[in-house]
Design a protein around this ligand. Structure first.
Ligand SMILES: Nc1ncnc2c1ncn2[C@@H]1O[C@H](COP(=O)(O)OP(=O)(O)OP(=O)(O)O)[C@@H](O)[C@H]1O
Ligand SMILES: N[C@@H](Cc1ccc(O)cc1)C(=O)O
Length: 364
């Protein structure tokens, strides 16, 4: 793959890359691309996560040396599983299985437990350096990266340390690429700004779009920037009613999709449109078969997202027909993952354990 082909693969289906010029520069200079993405192991794998997982796969294919950071300590600070570290660690194992189940080449990725970073005193020395160079106001504004509002650090000041930890993760591992959903933007910008001061490389930040929760944008509150608005309305493991998880049965998926927000001729914050854009058409060789009634033009096969969007905006595809077609396509897409969890004993036991911790019923 030449430089431009790599750039195309790395930047496709992203919300933004800060900056493409810097990425090109790294590639032209032949620097090894050292990348990562972190997640809190604190729930069942929902389809929103497939957006970054597919991007992780692209990065691996483009030759990035990719790590996935199991942010166990961060999840603990963020009160996940009531601070039960054993369950957080089991969830991390479960997520590895989930990634494999959806077809991510896990054997080419290095998984790192945050425990391995925080057990080195140099990590904390670096963290203090980051904190020394950041105002409290800035740190508070960055709390959206952990799904929290500024006020939430008032009662529990460990939360204010979280953004410093996330920044330190990046410096400590000596990375030049950080991947995350657009809700992680604020910390990546901080990391870029402070790089010189802490003597680290300046990262290229790659941000993937966030899939809106099934209820649409009804929850959007006072956020002003795109990352703030999206972090409120995104599909999230903390809001099970808004999510489709990879273990949902075909019947569950159909029912959830049929009940989802999908306004006629509107594509913004429309989760059904976004499932098509970010999960289905984003992958090679996909086409959507829509069974339209004959008075609306009859059945049609759609070959690109742009074509779908154009027709939907014009009212040529009715939400109901789109929902049915999307449910069928998503059920098909998740079939291998269902099968993986049915067949793999360890994966199944872990999934059931996590589900029972969360008091969520799954049928495997
Ligand atoms: N709905 C979504 N669509 C796409 N990416 C998402 C979505 N939700 C989270 N992500 C991305 O997944 C990664 C891990 O996020 P995180 O652990 O916060 O997941 P979450 O489901 O939002 O959970 P929580 O509710 O605990 O915040 C981040 O890079 C984040 O941007
Ligand atoms: N803040 C991320 C998780 C994360 C934690 C540590 C990191 O270094 C990176 C990512 C989230 O909640 O989505």
């Amino acid at each position: 793959m030449d430089v431009e082909e790599k750039i195309k693969l790395i930047t496709r289906n992203t919300e933004e890359v800060v900056t493409v010029e810097e990425l090109r520069d790294l590639l032209i200079r032949g620097e090894k691309l050292e990348g990562y993405l972190g997640y809190e192991p604190s729930g069942l794998f929902h389809i929103g996560w497939m957006v970054w997982a597919y991007k992780a796969k692209d990065l691996v294919e483009a030759g990035v040396n990719l790590r996935l950071l199991e942010a166990t300590w961060h999840a603990w600070v963020n009160d996940k599983f009531n601070g039960n570290m054993q369950v957080i660690k089991d969830d991390a194992k479960y997520i590895r299985h989930s990634l494999k189940a959806i077809g991510i080449p896990v054997e080419k990725i290095k998984f790192i437990d945050a425990e391995d970073l925080v057990s080195d005193k140099d990590y904390w020395a670096l963290l203090l350096k980051v904190a020394k160079n950041t105002t409290l106001a800035r740190a508070k504004r960055t709390l959206t990266i952990m799904g929290r509002k500024e006020e939430e650090a008032e009662l529990d000041s460990s939360k204010i340390i979280y953004p410093f930890m996330q920044a330190t993760d990046i410096y400590y591992m000596g990375l030049n690429i950080a991947l995350g959903g657009i809700d992680q933007r604020k910390v990546h910008m901080l990391v870029r700004e402070l790089a010189e001061k802490v003597g680290a490389k300046k990262i290229v930040a790659i941000h993937t779009p966030l899939l809106t929760g099934l209820q649409g944008s009804g929850r959007a509150g006072g956020g002003s920037s795109k990352d703030e608005i999206m972090s409120e309305v995104k599909m999230s493991k903390s809001k099970p009613e808004s999510t489709i998880i990879i273990h949902d049965s075909p019947e569950d998926i159909r029912e959830k999709i049929m009940n989802a927000y999908c306004p006629k001729q509107v594509v913004e914050f429309n989760p059904i449109i976004e499932i098509n854009k970010y999960l289905l058409f984003s992958q090679d060789n996909f086409s959507l078969y829509v069974e339209r009634p004959s008075e609306y033009g009859g059945p049609i096969e759609i070959y690109s997202y742009d074509e779908l969007e154009r027709m939907y905006l014009k009212g040529e595809i009715h939400p109901l027909d789109l929902k049915k077609a999307t449910a069928d396509a998503l059920i098909k897409k998740l079939e291998p993952a269902r099968k993986y969890f049915e067949d793999n004993k360890e994966a199944k036991e872990l999934a059931l354990k996590i589900a029972s911790e969360l008091k969520i019923e799954i049928n495997l």
